[in-house]
Write a protein that binds this ligand. Structure first.
Ligand code: BG6
Length: 438
């Protein structure tokens, strides 16, 4: 019987244990993986297969298809020792600085050909130059079609749904422009700090870690023109067109107090753990409409949300500046849903207006069974489906856009568990109001 191999490089690391193995074990238990799948973890750490199985601490059933191989030397022989292998998917769960060398090593170990694909985690480069260099180096050994770039936000169900929400619902599609929309606000607050990722994070900062990838992906999906089809290639064409018109107008960087005392962080570090960035899109549809992205570690609350805020009615009879404006709120996590804020009449004599909202919660509409992002991406990569992976061109273009915000600038400081004030966005939506609606 033909077998598929998933080779995880960097298998002794955090991502493998925290995200990949749990995702694989879940999809394995749901029979969504090829029957004959062999998962080989590999790293420099000298584990035996048994020690690796203990290290990742997964189900007994899934352990049966889990193996370990130290290093890369002669890996091909090891892989083919399992029999008739028809497909090899390599997952680079490694520090980005090692991607270039690892790709070369894989090639030199003769792991190439039509049946080999490589999954690369973000970040792809640290700026435009390094991303272009990395692309050039990869293309020396592997064709674009073998490369799968992960941005796991793209595989989150509520993120996939933004495209459908925008383009399949005529009531919103026709109003999706500067004549009706006043601002777009994207927020991702995390309560956790940098945990044990100082080595990576202190060199990266939150703008590279979250904005250039996940949050700018949300921005482009929210603002791009209609793609020709639902295929990744056509969607990427529209995202790239949008990114070419996107500019950073202003940005604020912050750091939580105590960050420089975290283990592994440089005591003089000026790396940002918080950022607020204001963008504009120079297009007919979006001219002069501010788009804000705000994100931080060690914040007061956990949540990824988007607000598309509409203009007030300009009819004096129905205008009431005290009321909240129409807004569409997408809550990506922890509770996924969509809320439409409306103005309504208060029942009774006379005419007075109030706010009310219409809500759609994933938890009540779709019971259970919403695949987590990594589950979806692993199944798709194994089945050679690229639709939820990021493209190299859009990734490089996003680096170009964000470049001005990568400079070292003054920091504002905030206490752990407290949000810094919004500085650029004068009318921020309070997403806390939506956190318990589902
Ligand atoms: C990762 C970032 O890509 O995404 C992390 O490196 C961040 O810093 C994480 O915590 C957030 O992902 P999620 O799915 O928990 O929102």
């Amino acid at each position: 019987m033909s077998k598929t191999v998933l080779l995880i490089l960097g298998a002794s690391g955090d991502l493998t244990k925290r995200k990949l193995i749990p995702a694989l074990s879940t999809i394995y238990s749901k029979n969504m993986l090829p029957e004959e799948l062999i998962v080989i973890g590999s790293a420099r750490t000298e584990y035996t297969t048994d020690e690796f199985r203990t290290h990742v601490n997964t189900s007994e059933e899934f352990c049966k298809c889990l193996y370990y191989y130290t290093g890369l030397k002669n890996i091909k022989e090891y892989i083919y020792s399992f029999g008739n292998i028809t497909k090899i998917v390599v997952f680079l769960s490694l520090p980005p600085s090692t991607y270039k060398q690892t790709i070369e090593d894989l090639y030199n170990e003769n792991l190439h050909g039509d049946n080999v694909s490589i999954i690369i985690e973000k970040p792809f480069g640290v700026d435009v130059y390094s991303a272009l260099e990395l692309e050039k180096n990869i293309l020396k050994y592997y064709p674009t079609k073998s490369i799968y770039l992960i941005d796991h936000y793209l595989a989150k169900e509520p993120v996939q749904n933004i495209l459908i929400f925008r383009f399949a619902n005529r009531i919103f599609e026709t109003n999706w422009n500067r004549f009706h929309i006043e601002s777009i606000q994207i927020n991702c607050s995390e309560t956790i700090g940098i945990e044990d990722r100082a080595k990576y994070f202190d060199k990266s900062g939150i703008i590279r870690d979250m904005i250039q990838s996940h949050l700018m992906q949300l921005l482009t999906i929210l603002t791009m023109e209609t793609p020709k089809s639902n295929f990744q290639h056509d969607i990427e064409i529209e995202k790239v067109k949008l990114l070419k018109k996107l500019k950073v107008i202003n940005f604020v960087r912050g750091q939580y107090n105590g960050y420089t005392n975290e283990k592994g962080v440089d005591s003089k570090s000026t790396t940002e753990t918080y950022a607020e960035v204001e963008f504009r899109i120079e297009s007919d549809r979006w001219h002069n409409i501010p788009i804000y992205i705000k994100t931080g570690k060690a914040m007061e609350r956990q949540g990824t949300e988007i607000a598309v805020v509409f203009r007030n009615s300009d009819n004096p009879i129905f205008k009431n500046d005290k009321l909240q404006k129409n807004a569409i709120i997408f809550t990506v996590q922890p509770q996924s849903g969509i809320f439409v804020d409306l103005v309504n009449k208060v029942p009774g004599w006379g005419v007075s207006l109030t706010n009310a909202n219409m809500s759609f919660c994933y938890s009540s509409k779709f019971s259970g069974n919403i695949p987590d992002a990594y589950q979806r991406l692993l199944v798709d990569a194994i089945n050679s489906d690229k639709s939820l992976f990021a493209g190299v061109e859009e990734t490089i273009e996003a680096w170009r856009v964000i470049e001005p915000a990568l400079q070292n600038s003054d920091l504002i400081y905030y206490d752990r568990g407290k949000n810094p004030p919004d500085i650029l966005n004068k009318n921020p939506i309070d997403f806390n109001n939506y956190s318990n609606l589902c």
